[in-house]
Design a protein around this ligand. Structure first.
Ligand SMILES: C[S@@+](CC[C@H](N)C(=O)[O-])C[C@H]1O[C@@H](n2cnc3c(N)ncnc32)[C@H](O)[C@@H]1O
Length: 302
């Protein structure tokens, strides 16, 4: 069978499995199965496909037809212009999370321009390390060597992936990773108070499990997704813990699910008085990040 027919058959299987962008997906899977470059594949469309390549390709097509995410099959995901290693141990980093990275960088600049040296950041629920590592890479490019970054996760398996990604992007020396239940194990006596807490925590309400796409529900780690009946349990825990660990002029940066910004803003209001809270929308106009600047006069109610 020639390569063109082979791709068309795979495309038909992917359409039957209701996979999005079936034609493009078939091509990506061929590249992944054979390791050839796009131009080599295009030049070979009329050639007979090798049996070994065809069986490797068929295995990948079968996995995608079972709705395994493409990123787990190819073991890579693009985020903030960087390619992260991913597998089923971690949530696949999403484009909308780039806003949390940009907001964190803006908060670092704000604190530094107010005279702070040595800003300390904790990325709570770091997963693949996406936020912590993207921030570290951006700071390296700016020549900032003083900001300290820690990524925390409750999953030891996720932290192995995060460490691998930190190595891959040359920031293993400046991002440290620790196992912990949100901020409960953060040792402020040893490390000092936190200047910025950033988190893209689990935020899907338990009841929405059955409405999720199969890619998410069947393959992504449940502890990365669900956070109680209203999806707000993680925010409650992190905000409560953060108020006693954060510097008086610190910042909190949360990614929120669609429709959750108001509730998270209210939660912040219940725990901290006199914080400046802003809500930022992502590229699709969805309120996606809630950020609180505490200011020196903030009062913790926690
Ligand atoms: C939505 S994922 C975010 C992963 C990554 N930060 C990103 O943006 O792609 C949430 C992460 O929080 C972690 N997590 C869940 N419960 C936790 C807890 N109690 N303490 C620390 N991390 C937790 C999960 O293991 C998962 O890696």
């Amino acid at each position: 069978m020639n390569l063109h027919t082979c791709l068309r058959q795979a495309e038909a299987d992917l359409i039957r499995a209701q996979v999005e962008t079936p034609s493009q997906t078939a091509r990506w899977l061929w590249l992944c199965a054979t390791g050839v470059q796009t131009h080599e594949m295009l030049m070979a469309l009329g050639n007979e496909a090798k049996p070994d390549d065809m069986s490797a390709f068929a295995r990948l097509v079968q996995r995608r037809c079972a709705r395994e995410p493409l990123q787990y099959i190819t073991q890579q995901a693009d985020f903030c212009g960087l390619t992260f290693y991913v597998d089923e141990r971690v949530l696949i980093p999403r484009p909308e999370t780039e806003l949390a990275v940009q907001t964190t960088l803006a908060q670092i600049r704000r604190q530094k321009s107010a005279g702070k040296r040595g800003v300390r950041i904790v990325d709570v629920g770091t997963g693949s390390g996406a936020i912590a590592i993207a921030v570290a890479v951006a700071l390296d490019k700016e020549g900032d060597r003083t900001t300290a970054i820690v990524g925390v996760d409750i999953s030891a398996a996720a932290l192995e992936v995060a460490k691998q990604n930190a190595q891959r992007h040359g920031v293993a020396d400046r991002v440290r990773f620790g196992l912990g239940d949100y901020l409960t194990d953060y040792d402020a006596g040893r490390f000092g108070s936190i200047d910025i807490v950033v988190s893209n925590p689990p935020y899907i309400p338990e009841g929405q499990r059955e409405w999720l796409q199969p890619e998410v529900a069947r393959f992504e780690p449940p502890q990365a997704l669900f956070a109680g009946a209203d999806g707000l349990d993680a925010y409650r825990a992190i905000i409560r813990q953060a108020t006693v660990l954060i510097a008086t002029d610190g910042s909190l940066v949360f990614e929120v699910g669609a429709g959750q910004a108001g509730a998270v803003r209210d939660l912040l209001g219940a725990f901290v008085d006199r914080a400046r809270v802003s809500v930022l929308a992502d590229g699709r106009g969805i309120d996606r990040v809630v950020a609180a600047e505490l200011g020196s006069e903030f009062i913790a109610n926690g």
